[in-house]
Each structure stands twice: as C-alpha cells, then as structure tokens.
Design a binder for this molecule. Structure first.
Ligand code: LLP
Length: 435
C-alpha cells in the first residue's frame, strides 16, 4: 500500500498535487512519500513483534539522506555495502552500531573505517575476507564482530540478475562449509562470531523460498549458536512488492477485494510462516529489506515530448530515460505508468521510450495507455527502490531532482544536477593545447 492516488482527477502524493511539484521543480522528477516509508517500516517491524528483531534497511535501494533520516528516526538499522553508504548513514544521523556490512569485495580501507565506527557486524562472504578482517582488526587492536553469509543453495525463482541464493552465484559460503569455517575462525584472535546471515534474492513475491531457506538453515543456526554463542540470525531482504497494478494496490479496498492480493507476499504472511521457526532460536532476528520499504514510496514523473506514430507503433517519447531509471532496460522490469491527470476513454497500445540512442531505452512496450500528447505528464510508479540510486550521467544527462513529501509539506531532497557539474571534475591534460 502506498500514498499515490487520484484526488479530484489529479495524481497526488499524500496531500500534495504532483503537478504543482512539477511546476516548481521540472521533470524528470522523483517524488517520495514519507508516510509510505514510515508505514512500510512500521508494518514489517510490527509483524515480527514477538521476536527480538532489527529491521536493517538496505541502503542500496535508496540512499538519499532524507530517506535514511526518516528511517533512522523510526529506529531502523542499516544494511550497507560500502564505505560510502556507511558515511551516508552517519551523515543522516543513523547509528553505526546498528549497521551490518555486506558484500563480497570489502577493501581493507573500508573494513578499517567500519571497524573504527563500531558497526554491529561484518557479513563475511568468504574465508579470505575473514582473514583480511582479522588482519585489519589486529592492526587496529580491535576484535571484529562477524557473521558468515550462508548460501543455502535454494532457488528463489526471481530474475536471474537478482537471485543470490544458489551455488551459481558469487554470494556467501556454501552451506556445507559453514561449520568448518566458524571452527577455524574461533582460532583467530581478532574476530568474534556474532551471528549468521543469509539473503536468497530480491523481489520475491512468494513466501515459499523464504520458508524453504529458513527451514534449511535453522538447524545450522541452532548448532552454531550453542558452540559459538551467536547473538543474531539475519534472514536478509528480498520481500517483493506489487508493481502491477501498483496504483490500485495503494487502495486498502483493493487488498480486500482483489483475489490476487491473497497471493502477494505481505509482512503478515511472511511473519506467519517464518516466526514459528525463528522464535525458538531465542536469537535476535535481523531483516534487510530495501525494496519493500521504499519501492512503492517513490514515483518518477516525466513529460511527454512527442508522440510518434509509425506504421506499427505508437511511440510516446518522454523526457526521462534509462539513465534515470534503468530497471526496465536492465531487468525487463514492469513499472505502472499513469497520467497525472486522470483520463477516461479508450486506451492505445504504446511504447513509452526515452530520448537516448539505444533500443534498450524504454519504460514500457505495447502497453495500453490513455491517449496522451505533447506536454502531458506521466508517472512511473513504484520507482522508489533502485531508481535514483542507479541513475547515471549517460548521454551527459543531468541527474533528476528529488522531492520528499510529508502530509501537505514537501522539500527538495536533491536539487536537479547542473549540467556543468557533470564534467566539473574532469581535466584536460596540459599537453592537449586548444587548437
Ligand atoms: N541484503 C543483501 C545482502 C542484498 O544483497 C540485498 C539486495 C538486500 C538485502 C535488499 O534486497 P531487497 O529487500 O531490496 O530485495 N537493482 C535490483 C535489485 C538488486 C538487489 C541487490 N541486493 C532491482 O532493481 O531489482
């Protein structure tokens, strides 16, 4: 559920008319709802209430400082993957003591920084990484808390580019190897086992892969926790969201009436299946949701530049492009597209495309859309996660502006990048004289 809906025929985010934001800040424009962020964090946190649980928001999904501050104020911990992300969390007022550090390639410098900041756990993905962690900690005369990331070898059945829990992937340590490595780690002086971690993939819309993985890993956690006195078990992120039809799913009534909604993974279903297995462990349970918290909380607003009809197609050419939101090009992802001003009447099968010179630069293909024309405004929904964070300057296009809404209040949380800023740090060598 989320806070983008029509009111008086106009798309609003909470109590703010999006058209008014566009008039002030232009397009392409990312718009985020604070209320959705807080509500999604709260729903997940509440669903797991009987457990000692930490929801550690996966910063990679959307790392804007305002998003991080909103979640830090709700008591969120953070799942980080780089020094940059840890610095962001600190800049936003988050607690490093509630940060877990994931990733297969942590550098010595990153480990050193995170150790000095006192993060909660390094989620270690290989034995060489464990040795590096021990070495860096020894140099700093510290003891590094760690969790091994177990690869449970279960197929999450999601898109190939975002599945992580099988032996085909670079992630984690094989299930069969885990106990041996904890035993070896116990002999290292500057690391201390604090937990066990797993993450099987992203945008999982069914509970079954989670249930299967937790069921498989629980006996391992049990045996490790007695031998190595573990404090936590992290079951990772990955809870999927509704992309289609995202707008309808913002309406509580839709959840009551739509039979399909029953099959969609909700915090309640997630908790209902996992809690009975997790509770008896008596450990702190960590979650690392990214998309679930922020995905439906954001939309990318774009303006129609031209409508181009060819013999076969109706191309709606908009001013946002794959550099602003790469998900359709990269993962064949679906984002619902709606006009800011509700339009009744017939739809027309359209390709919504950006101005970049690549055929991959599209947001939708053969999508039934209301008839639109030059100057019309469209919203690409559910663009809060892996949207602005994956944006680039490809084609020397400036990064879009971002606005956070809270009730009837709003603020720019990242101004539109100035074109000159794109090349401001580039240098032409002195020998290349201007001719
Ligand atoms: N924990 C770990 C260790 C992860 O690798 C990830 C995501 C998460 C948590 C958060 O997963 P989430 O709850 O957001 O599904 N760019 C892709 C998604 C990449 C996910 C990478 N890892 C997309 O746009 O679909």
């Amino acid at each position: 559920m989320h806070d983008f809906r029509y009111s008086g025929g106009q798309l609003v985010c909470e109590q703010v008319q999006i058209r008014a934001l566009v008039e002030r800040f232009g397009t392409p424009l990312y718009v985020y709802s604070s209320r959705t962020l807080r509500e999604h964090f709260g729903r997940l946190n509440a669903a797991l209430e009987p457990l000692d649980r930490w929801v550690c928001y996966a910063v990679k999904a959307n790392s804007n400082l305002a998003v991080l501050r909103t979640l830090a104020n709700e008591g969120s911990g953070f799942d980080i993957v780089s020094e940059g992300e840890l610095r962001r969390v600190i800049a936003a007022g988050g607690d490093p003591g509630k940060c877990v550090f994931a990733g297969v390639g942590k550098t010595e410098a990153e480990i050193e920084f995170a150790l000095k900041k006192g993060i909660y756990s390094f989620n270690v993905e290989s034995e060489p990484e464990l040795q590096r962690l021990n070495r860096v900690a020894e140099k700093l005369r510290k003891v590094a808390p760690f969790a091994l990331r177990v690869n449970p070898n279960v197929d999450a059945g999601t898109h190939a580019k975002i599945t992580t829990g099988t032996y085909e992937n670079k992630f984690g340590i094989a299930f069969e190897e885990i106990e041996k490595i904890y035993r070896r780690a116990a002999k290292l002086k500057n690391v201390r086992a604090r937990g066990l971690q797993m993450h099987i993939g992203s945008q999982l819309t069914e509970v079954e892969p989670f249930r299967h993985a937790v069921e498989k890993v629980v006996p391992l956690v049990q045996s490790l926790s007695t031998r190595h006195s573990l404090e936590f078990f992290s079951i990772g992120g990955g809870i999927g969201i509704v992309y289609d039809p995202a707008l309808a799913s913002g309406d509580p009534q839709w959840w009551k009436e739509n039979p399909a909604a029953r099959n969609i993974l909700t915090p309640a279903t997630y908790a209902e299946h996992l809690q009975p297995m997790l509770k008896p462990l008596g450990l702190r349970i960590l979650l690392e949701p990214g998309r679930f918290i922020v995905g439906n909380a954001g939309a990318l607003i774009t303006r129609v530049e031209f409508v181009k009809r060819t013999g076969r197609k109706n191309f709606v050419i908009v001013d946002a492009a794959m550099n602003d939101l790469i998900r359709p090009a990269f993962y064949d992802a679906y984002h619902e597209i709606v006009p800011l001003r509700r339009k009744a009447g017939a739809t027309i099968s359209s390709d919504v495309v950006g101005p970049i010179c690549e055929s991959g630069d599209y947001f939708a293909k053969d999508r039934p859309l209301p008839k639109v024309g030059e100057g019309d405004l469209l919203a690409l929904l559910s663009a809060g996660a892996y949207g602005s964070v994956m944006a680039s300057n490809y084609n020397s296009r400036a990064l879009p502006a971002e606005v956070l809404v809270d009730g009837d209040n709003f603020a720019v949380v990242r101004p539109r990048q100035k074109l000159e800023a794109i090349w401001a740090s580039e240098k032409v060598p002195a020998w290349l004289k201007r001719r």
